[in-house]
Write a protein that binds this ligand. Sequence first.
Ligand SMILES: Nc1ncnc2c1ncn2[C@@H]1O[C@H](COP(=O)(O)OP(=O)(O)OP(=O)(O)O)[C@@H](O)[C@H]1O
Ligand SMILES: O=C(O)c1ccc[n+]([C@@H]2O[C@H](COP(=O)([O-])O)[C@@H](O)[C@H]2O)c1
Length: 210
Amino acid sequence: MNSSGKAPRIGVFGGAFDPPHNAHVALAEAALAQLELAELHVIPTGQAWHKSRTLTPKEDRLAMTRLAFADLKGGKVVIDSREVLRDGPTYTLDTLHELQKEQPGAQLVLIMGADQASALPSWHGWQAILGIAIVSVAYRALSTGGIARFDPNMLPNLPAGARFEALELPAMDTSATEIRRRAALGVDISSLVPPTVARYIDQHHLYRSA
Ligand SMILES: Nc1ncnc2c1ncn2[C@@H]1O[C@H](COP(=O)(O)OP(=O)(O)OP(=O)(O)O)[C@@H](O)[C@H]1O
Ligand SMILES: O=C(O)c1ccc[n+]([C@@H]2O[C@H](COP(=O)([O-])O)[C@@H](O)[C@H]2O)c1
């Protein structure tokens, strides 16, 4: 409990971050501004079992994640490397269990874009996740136009007591897929990623082929 008698809220924001981009940073800023978090853990995924493509080496994604979120103010952001250090497929449920043990009494708030929220039933142990964490969902612009909004009632077999919070974020159509595509074509990506990330991609010759 904190001084106001409420459980401290720990934000958990995971992603492949291949690469981290401006919408990820905006999402983290919005979470810090709106969700009354004591800490925000930004967690690059280790082995993304749910993605068919091979990710960029975890060392590069972790380094870019550190660069991308370095300027977020308030000292609340923790770049959390636990998933890239863990062997085997990355399951968010494992991460939540670890955080629960480390910070008993804290309220975990799992933060994601609407595309991932709609896919929740495909996650390992998704109903257990909803028993542990509040899920905070940001809008996401779709590449086809329009905005992905999320209605929890769309999820089949939603467990009783599942809690969702909306995260207000102007829809941004930035995606890592588009950044990788542009970089492979040699097209400028400087408006889509923080300058430090753009430099890292250039210096380490990442995404030179799609
Ligand atoms: N433009 C965006 N608006 C809102 N949420 C976003 C946006 N881009 C990514 N997210 C969210 O950030 C989290 C991490 O996303 P991820 O690292 O996979 O980036 P991505 O741009 O979706 O990558 P890719 O294009 O490779 O799938 C997910 O919860 C995702 O929904
Ligand atoms: O635990 C799972 O089964 C699971 C399935 C899909 C996605 N996730 C997590 O959701 C976060 C965002 O995923 P993505 O694919 O948008 O990068 C990232 O932290 C993933 O590890 C987790």
